[in-house]
Write a protein that binds this ligand. Structure first.
Ligand SMILES: [Zn+2]
Ligand SMILES: [Zn+2]
Length: 262
């Protein structure tokens, strides 16, 4: 049960390495599944749309070469507003996506990965604004299956301690979790947000479990082959420690559950 459900191939605008190299890395590291969630972005003036036909052909070519590895094809959809969601919905009609991640990468039109977002904001304010934006934007695109990187705001944050805790915005976390759970969706543990730091999020996952969360997905968010499968074991241990019973993978939009055990 070594699944990486968040990876970006060369079909993603920011992908760094060919799908073949990433698949080879996944197989060499003993992964059972690798899902390519290439960016689908309409949240800023420059749109990013993968070539789904070429991507499907490449996955079909690789599958027989790596029979021990499930190669699934997904999308990471940037959420912002109804217009952005309508464009993503239309584009995804031809994607035949197994798995759709919903992501928030901007707040009020500002990229959360840019220094500009943090300018003049203390950590508490920067994190709260992001989490409130997530809570607000999730319902614009009900087609997604799992919320990606709830802690994206920490990934490029300039603070000495970047960790996200439940008390960053407990009310926003509750709104997010209640939306996910009421609509049968799940939460991702994204190992890229930690960068080189120790894993965080146990208190957050415990709250998700307390409200009824039964599964998570885990993903490295890798854009190359080096980090394929990175720190997935730590993410699974975190989910176990929070008492979450299942990890999920998605095929043709349907979840498959694997017991996490003790
Ligand atoms: Zn993302
Ligand atoms: Zn990503």
């Amino acid at each position: 049960m070594n699944l990486d459900l968040h990876a970006h191939s060369q079909f993603s605008f920011d992908g760094e390495r060919p799908m073949e190299e990433m698949v080879a890395a996944a197989a060499a590291r003993g992964l059972s599944e690798l899902c390519f969630t290439d960016h689908l972005d309409f949240d800023s003036p420059v749109h990013h749309i993968p070539d789904y036909t070429a991507r499907r052909a490449e996955a079909e070519r690789l599958r027989p070469l790596y029979p021990g590895l499930t190669i699934s094809l997904g999308a990471e959809v940037s959420l912002r507003d109804e217009t952005c969601a309508a464009r993503a919905r239309e584009t995804l009609r031809v994607a035949e996506a197994d798995f759709i991640l919903g992501s928030v990468h901007t707040v009020d039109g500002v990229d959360v990965w840019s220094d500009r977002y943090y300018n003049g904001l203390d950590k508490k304010t920067a994190y709260r604004r992001y989490l409130e934006a997530v809570a607000q934007e999730l319902p614009t695109f009900p087609e997604f299956h799992v919320l990606a990187h709830y802690d994206f705001v920490a990934k490029y944050a300039p603070y000495p301690d970047r960790s996200v805790t439940l008390d960053s915005a407990p009310d926003a976390f509750d709104l997010i979790f209640r939306y996910l759970l009421d609509s049968g969706k799940g939460l991702e543990i994204n190992t890229a947000s930690w960068q080189q730091d120790r894993p965080w999020g146990l208190d957050i996952l415990r709250r998700y479990r307390e409200l009824g969360g039964e599964f998570v997905t885990v993903g490295s968010d890798t854009h190359g082959s080096e980090r394929v499968g990175a720190r997935i074991g730590e993410a699974l241990n975190l989910a176990r420690a929070a008492g979450i019973p299942y990890i999920a993978a998605f095929r043709k939009g349907k979840p498959h559950f694997y017991a996490l055990g003790k």
